[in-house]
Design a protein around this ligand. Structure first.
Ligand code: 5RP
Length: 265
């Protein structure tokens, strides 16, 4: 692996081998998502606790101070919307020149395996990998399920992660699943991070799936709504950070969260 690729990966994945990515890219197909109406305001208090932020060039340019030194994972697939015909009908939306111009540490794009647009999204991935590898930029593949959240089972996720890695992704983002998540990680030759999906009912649930995902081999998270849609986003990200980088158990994370919440009150 060449120096540039190694250096960018080292900015994303910390010395302990773990990572906390903060995605705020949801507006690229959902519009002004709840609690992300003003992305700059959402991100600002959370940035110190994230290892990288994931977002589109539009939000980066307009809502993030260029003096920001946190690594940027640029979302470079899109072209569909929640009110359109099919969320899987995405293309590549950002050129390699632009990726370099905004000094991205990595790029991310979705693949929709099993969908009508499977072939298109997988070819998008290979094209992106070809362009980005020339410049030492890692590609993170997002194994997307669109509206079909019930697809989040080990067998399907393992298939998606493996295909994305085989096609050249350097990191894969997938969903956690309760049954046999370790099979998803074991079948994937590149690091796996987990997303949260729609906000769940309690903090405890988030701490438990993050902890369990790590125990089963994920290197960290790319976790959005279950941080910034909650009532105490700073408490959430700090507690999740403690699980990832300080080996906190869910119980210890909950205690830390409650302590931070009490300080705020
Ligand atoms: C949106 C994405 C998100 O970055 C990813 O799903 C993580 O966010 P969340 O934890 O809110 O699901 O790819 O398209």
């Amino acid at each position: 692996m060449e120096w540039g690729m190694k250096n960018r990966l080292a900015r994303l994945i910390q010395k302990d081998g773990k990572a906390l990515f903060l995605p705020v890219d949801h507006g690229y197909f959902q519009g002004p998502t709840h609690k992300l109406e003003k992305p700059g305001e959402t991100i600002e208090p959370l940035l110190p606790y994230a290892d990288a932020i994931m977002l589109t060039r539009g939000v980066l340019r307009n809502c993030v101070d260029p003096k920001n030194t946190k690594p940027v994972i640029l979302r470079v697939s899109g072209g569909a919307s929640v009110v359109g015909e099919n969320l899987a009908n995405e293309g590549l939306i950002t050129s390699i020149t632009e990726i370099l111009r905004v000094n991205a540490s990595a790029v991310s794009m979705s693949v929709f395996i099993g969908s009508k647009y499977e072939h298109q999204s997988l070819l998008n991935l290979t094209k992106l990998v070809d362009s980005c590898e020339d410049y030492g930029i890692p590609v993170m593949a997002v194994t997307a399920v669109g509206r079909e959240l019930e697809k989040r089972k080990a067998r399907y996720l393992a298939l998606c992660c493996r295909i994305a890695a085989e096609l050249g992704a350097r990191v894969v983002k997938t969903y956690y699943c309760e049954q046999e998540f370790h099979k998803v990680v074991e079948g994937c030759p590149v690091p796996v991070v987990i997303a949260g999906g729609p906000k769940v009912d309690s903090e405890k649930e988030v701490f438990e799936f993050v902890y369990d995902g790590l125990q089963q081999g994920a290197i960290g998270v790319n976790l959005g709504r279950n941080i910034w849609q909650t009532e105490y986003p700073v408490g959430m990200i700090r507690a999740i950070r403690a699980i990832i980088h300080e080996n906190y158990t869910p119980k210890e994370a909950q205690n830390l969260f409650e302590q931070i919440r009490a300080e705020k009150a």
